[in-house]
Design a protein around this ligand. Structure first.
Ligand code: MUC
Ligand code: MG
Length: 372
């Protein structure tokens, strides 16, 4: 008799950030993790996590909608089903529920964690095997203050924690954003690389003006300058400039990847397990991109340790990530809900060793931060 899924519970966990994190669409003072605990009849528990950014300001799912849709719709589809066949379980979700990629990602993560624990292997092994055990990680400078950002960058460099930095643009007028970026590029020249993420804030003509100046300042990569649905515009920008365009919100999953490739897009893709409904969907996009010769970037939706570990297990199976990763989510949070955090050193992070995700919840701290 195969084990069956006996229960799935969700809880909202609010963790304060180490400083306000300023993006084009919101400023974050805390991050909310939706923690999913999935138990089976063989007494094995798998843990998953869903996050987004600033309630509904990043996507159509909020922490509260993720919790509600898992509890009311997705969990009942899984409870009572054989726990050890991920393909069958995810196909069942596909058949009966639409959308909700972030919620699905948390469920798929919990299923992978449980199956790894059941078989005594890591999630990366379940996904075909890790080819890297240490991945590069950049840091996002988003305090909203140029001087503070420069000080923060030097501190991270001195600690040998990060040597690539991402700036969040689009909340200010273009001129102000350009002065901010030029000052940071000049301060870090020869010591670290700088890339920017506009999170869809510009229209195309502002993007042409902005990207010309950013290219001249030495910015290495331009992420999602214009709205996600403007595929032709993003393709035009990618063809116009030498500095590469990174598609983020425009490429949620392999279907979007195909749309961008068919349009002639020649930039890079940001992978996120949350966008693609889980680690396996993100890898499907990654393999499509690899076949088309498109570069990859291991993206975050500012996950905590559980979601970051799930992403790392997926990224570790890829032969190359041309643009590295931004799996710094746990470092942005003041505290954690696991017994042992991820190990960040030498400008990157270690892949946690299994079984499953290789992460254990700290029940006391989890209780402390859970929303009543
Ligand atoms: C995004 O859009 O890439 C990643 C890093 C960060 O600071 O925000 C996220 C979201
Ligand atoms: Mg982005």
């Amino acid at each position: 008799m195969p084990p069956v899924i006996s229960s799935i519970s969700t809880q909202l966990v609010d963790l304060p950030t180490i400083r306000p994190h300023r993006l084009s669409m919101t400023t974050m003072a805390r991050q909310t993790l939706v923690i999913v605990r999935l138990r089976s009849s063989d007494d094995i528990e798998g843990v998953g996590e869903a996050t987004t950014i600033g309630g509904l300001s990043y996507s159509a799912e909020s922490p509260e909608s993720i919790q509600c849709n898992i509890d009311a719709w997705l969990a009942p589809l899984l409870i009572g089903q054989p726990a050890d066949n991920l393909n069958a379980l995810m196909a069942r979700l596909d058949r009966h529920a639409r959308g909700n990629a972030i919620a699905r990602s948390a469920l798929e993560t919990a299923l992978l964690d449980a199956q790894g624990k059941r078989l005594g292997v890591s999630v990366a092994t379940l996904l075909g095997g890790a080819v890297h055990d240490h991945l590069p990680v950049l840091w996002t400078l988003a305090s909203g203050d140029t001087r503070k950002d420069i000080d923060e960058a030097f501190q991270r460099l001195d600690e040998r924690r990060h040597c690539q930095f991402k700036l969040k643009l689009g909340a200010n007028a273009l001129g102000e954003d350009l002065r901010h970026t030029e000052a940071i590029c000049a301060a870090l020249e020869g010591r670290a690389g700088v890339q920017v993420d506009i999170n869809q804030a510009w229209d195309e003509s502002t993007a042409v003006q902005g990207i010309s100046a950013l290219e001249a300042a030495g910015v290495a990569l331009i992420e999602q300058p214009i709205p996600a649905r403007q595929v032709s515009g993003l393709t035009r920008l990618a063809n116009r400039f030498r500095v590469p365009m990174l598609a983020d919100e425009a490429v949620q999953d392999a279907g979007d990847g195909l749309t961008l490739l068919n349009a002639g897009f020649s930039g890079a893709f940001a992978l996120k397990i949350a966008k693609a409904g889980g680690p396996r969907g993100a890898l499907k996009l990654a393999h499509l991109a690899r076949s088309a010769g498109v570069g990859l970037y291991g993206g975050t939706l500012l996950e905590g340790t559980i979601g970051t570990a799930a992403s790392l297990h997926a990224w570790s199976t890829l032969p190359s990530l041309e643009w590295g990763t931004e799996m710094f989510g746990p470092l942005l949070l003041q505290d954690d809900i696991v017994t042992e955090g991820l190990c960040y050193h030498e400008f990157g992070v270690d892949l946690p060793s299994g079984p499953g995700l290789g992460i254990t919840l700290d029940e006391d701290r989890l209780r402390f931060y859970t929303r009543p």
